[in-house]
Design a protein around this ligand. Structure first.
Ligand code: ADP
Length: 161
């Protein structure tokens, strides 16, 4: 049977344990998962795309069927080019729903053959976001349970005063 490939797109600025939970669980369902760092033009990132990809690589290095990549193009183009079967996204609270619905409808319009799969986050990560992690880290708060260790370190470096 043909291998099933999922693309897990996002800004990952930086990757959190919530993202990681979705990636881990996705890697059990799909044969291969490619986590792709995209530059969301609406956001001003703290980490460069290279830095974000490197932090993801470190965080997923013990999951053999997960790869990491960077793209500055359109998600559906990336998915088509890589012959992906699905786009994998995480859903936290109801607040994610409208945004995800909008993106998914647009992607479907651009590329009708690609399906988007949503996974509900584990409740412990429902209120976890990259933005809130950055905000807490900026003021020296403890984020150790919320992000992989390499990310906690990288945030400390960024906000070192
Ligand atoms: P984007 O800029 O595309 O929203 P993000 O890096 O913020 O990128 O999120 C990428 C994906 O990970 C999205 O599907 C988002 O809903 C999901 N996600 C973000 N935080 C969590 C979390 N704590 N638990 C589960 N999924 C999450």
């Amino acid at each position: 049977m043909e291998k099933k490939l999922a693309i897990c797109p996002g800004s990952f600025d930086p990757i959190t344990n919530g993202h990681l939970d979705i990636i881990r669980r996705g890697a059990k369902i799909f044969d291969e998962v490619i986590v792709v760092v995209f530059n969301n033009s609406a956001k001003k990132p703290l980490f460069t795309a290279e830095e974000r990809a490197e932090l993801i690589r470190e965080s997923v290095k013990n999951i053999p069927n997960v790869k990491v990549d960077i793209s500055d193009g359109l998600l559906v183009e990336y998915a088509k080019k890589s012959n992906a079967d699905a786009i994998l996204r995480g859903l936290r609270a109801v607040s994610d729903f409208e945004y995800e619905m909008q993106i998914t409808s647009m992607n479907k319009r651009l590329e009708p053959n690609i399906e988007t799969f949503f996974m509900m986050t584990n409740t412990q990560y429902s209120y976890l976001s990259s933005s809130i992690v950055k905000e807490v880290a900026r003021y020296n708060g403890n984020i150790d349970d919320l992000v992989p260790e390499v990310v906690a370190q990288a945030l400390k470096e960024k906000f070192k005063r």
